[in-house]
Write a protein that binds this ligand. Structure first.
Ligand code: GLU
Length: 414
């Protein structure tokens, strides 16, 4: 709880910094410092043992001046109101950075899906949609997957919403299975986005991807696809890690073999001896470091020992405020999470567009459009950082906050 309160207040601070740099008044901050709408719901579900359990869920909508709000729903025991609010603000920034016609939203249910049966999960997913149905919809607020939610959960939610409205509504939610109107390329989209950011950062730093030494912390959805994409592009992935430890080979690891041996939780390092710790991994000599695991990994304690030329944040909040300062003072190019992880929501937007027009694109078309969006977003953030002499994180918040501020002003809200 304390940690999420911190997340919320620190998000408010960066939004305030960005608005001040952009020259907006205190009134704009008053509008953007909290979600415009926050719904808390209680969802009674009959469990498999016949007993009723009442779950708490949330849906936050940060700002809908640009368009409907958009963002994932997480199922996790540590979800709370402050976290959902802060993450809805992050979604507004992400959507602004990649220039999507959306504001930010986020939802969550306090539950532990790892201990629930498929039937219980289905009833909970449907119950959540019934509880929030009045404030969501294809032109109001569009949910998507997030921590511990997947395409099956999106399918149940879409079905429930369609039944309630008595209308097939694929555009209500994104991250659906392909047969229900999902988009090609959605599953790999986050890693694709990170890859594009790495390529753009490497160009700015004069680094060739072919032969570059890459270290990836985390072997989940983003980390494992990313390691594969880098390996296929001819980079040397010299180290990877999971929650149990890290593997290192200065000549490059055999990523295809490791992917093959990985279990369903993404664990692979337990198969080997002489592994490194996750902290040692971060300090390895390399060109590109990608924290793709959990938050608060690069801190004031180790930022001076980071040897990478480029750090690309595929995880949420892996670098602390002090460490961000140290890395930028040391001339390390840091690509912040709100930019590097925007590939997911970008392809979600493409999914919604395809649902609205009822016409579906090939994976190649999706990837080309994703590339165009992210290359432009990267250039905007990088140029803002150079021209305004601010670090890449503040530059990203400035780019992210600009559109919703303008839209709120034109609407006459501020
Ligand atoms: N939950 C993902 C994110 O945080 C995806 C959101 C979406 O696809 O709308 O970016």
């Amino acid at each position: 709880m304390g940690e999420n309160l911190n997340l919320f207040t620190s998000t408010q601070h960066v939004i305030q910094d960005a608005l001040t740099k952009l020259g907006y008044s205190e009134e704009m901050f008053e509008l953007l410092k909290e979600p415009i709408r926050m719904l808390t719901v209680r969802i009674p579900i009959r469990m498999d043992d016949g007993k009723i359990k009442v779950f708490t869920g949330y849906r936050a909508q940060h700002n809908d001046s640009v368009g409907p709000t958009k963002g994932g729903v997480r199922f996790h025991p540590e979800v709370d109101e402050e976290e959902v609010k802060a993450l809805s603000m992050w979604m507004s920034l992400k959507c602004g950075i990649v220039d999507l016609p959306y504001g930010g939203g986020k939802g969550g249910i306090i539950c532990d899906p790892r201990t629930m049966s498929m039937g219980e999960l289905e009833r909970l997913s449907r119950g959540y949609v019934r509880a929030i149905s009045q404030i969501v919809g294809p032109t109001k607020d569009i949910p998507a997957p997030d921590v511990y939610t997947n395409s099956q959960i999106m399918a149940w939610m879409m079905d429930e919403y369609s039944r309630l409205r008595e209308n097939d509504s694929p555009g209500f939610i994104t991250g659906k299975p392909l047969v229900l109107g999902g988009s090609q390329g959605r599953e790999k989209a986050t890693a694709q986005g990170v890859t594009i950011c790495i390529e753009e950062a490497a160009k700015r730093k004069g680094i060739q991807i072919e032969g570059a030494r890459v270290v990836v912390q985390g072997f989940g959805n983003a980390g494992s696809y990313l390691a594969k994409f880098m390996h296929d592009a001819g980079a040397k992935v010299i180290a990877i890690s999971d929650a149990h430890g890290a593997l290192h080979d200065p000549d490059g690891l055999d990523i295809d073999y490791l992917l093959d041996r990985r279990d369903s939780f993404g664990t692979v390092t337990t198969l080997f001896e002489n592994t490194l710790s996750n902290q040692e991994l971060l300090e390895l000599d390399c060109d590109i470091l990608v924290p793709a695991a959990v938050s608060n990994q690069i801190t004031a304690a180790n930022a001076h020992n980071i040897k990478a030329t480029i750090v690309v944040e595929a995880a949420n909040g892996p670098t602390t405020v002090e460490a961000t300062k140290i890395l930028s003072e040391r001339g390390i190019l840091l690509v912040p999470d709100v930019l590097a992880s925007a590939g997911g929501v970008t392809v979600s937007y493409f999914e919604w567009v395809q649902n609205n027009q009822g016409y579906y694109w090939t994976e190649e078309e999706v990837n080309d459009k994703l590339r165009a969006k992210l290359v432009e977003a990267f250039a905007n953030v990088y140029d803002t950082s150079v021209n305004r002499q601010v670090n890449m994180r503040l530059a990203a918040y400035m780019v992210g906050a600009r559109k919703m501020s303008e839209a709120s002003r034109f609407r006459g809200w501020v």
